[in-house]
Design a protein around this ligand. Structure first.
Ligand code: ZN
Length: 240
């Protein structure tokens, strides 16, 4: 069974009553609940746990890590960031949500500033599917519409994605590459934009479907580990 760890900073939920009412069990609680319904083996981890809940044992038992963070990116220790990055390079899947664009983990894997424009003004967002045959959008129609969301606008300072899955339009006029896939080492990464904490975005069934599809897509495959370094010839090399 696919082993998923949902990591959440879990600070807005404690500080802001609006967020606590939308997500009484935390954003990690909401996400893990719909993933569990799909029959996945889901655990959660949060910033204030020892080692941010990401001990060696937890990481060893994670096929796909889901990441939501915002106000406390700077509190995530370099040691844990390095371990997560190493795991991704070794094949662990990573789903980075919304303000996770500025997490240390994502920035390190991208190698760019990951900066963007933003506005909290209840913009309508329409996420257009631009790669309709991709498994991440299985069961999704032409677009997903969210009545109110935070706006993220271009330019989004990330490397060109391997695959662009969603392109968002916002009521105020901006557009944004809101669903991007990357490969880093043997790991698959999906960045998915929506999910500002003061909106009930993770209760939206289509958003849940995309995240569920993405977790399944990012699962590591069982493969023969490459062997590096000095190599003996497979055939005898003739004397010349
Ligand atoms: Zn936000």
């Amino acid at each position: 069974m696919l082993k998923v760890t949902v990591w959440n900073e879990n600070r807005h939920e404690k500080k802001n009553q609006v967020v606590a009412e939308i997500y009484p069990n935390g954003i990690h609680g909401a996400i893990s609940a719909f993933l569990e319904k799909e029959g996945l083996d889901v655990k959660t981890a949060t910033l204030d746990e020892p080692e941010h809940g990401l001990t060696d044992d937890v990481l060893e038992n994670t096929d796909v890590l889901v990441w939501w963070g915002h106000m406390a990116h700077h509190e995530v220790s370099e040691e844990i960031v390095n371990k997560v990055v190493e795991k991704v390079l070794g094949g662990m899947g990573l789903i980075v949500l919304h303000s996770g664009h500025f997490s240390k983990v994502f920035k390190k894997l991208m190698g760019t500033s990951c900066d963007l424009k933003w506005r909290e003004a209840d913009d309508r967002e329409r996420l257009w599917v631009v790669e309709p045959s991709h498994p991440i959008v299985a069961g999704i129609n032409q677009y997903i519409e969210l009545e109110k969301e935070e706006m993220y606008g271009e330019h989004f300072d990330v490397p060109a994605p391997d695959e662009l899955i969603f392109l968002s339009w916002f009521e105020g006029g901006e557009v944004f590459r809101s669903g991007c896939t990357y490969k880093r080492g043997n790991g698959k990464i999906f960045y998915f934009r929506p999910g500002h904490e003061t909106y009930p975005t993770y209760h939206n069934e289509e958003i849940q479907k995309v995240i569920t599809n993405a977790v399944k897509w990012a699962a590591p495959v069982d493969y023969a580990r490459p062997i590096y370094g000095n190599a003996k010839p497979l055939e005898e090399i003739s004397k010349k």
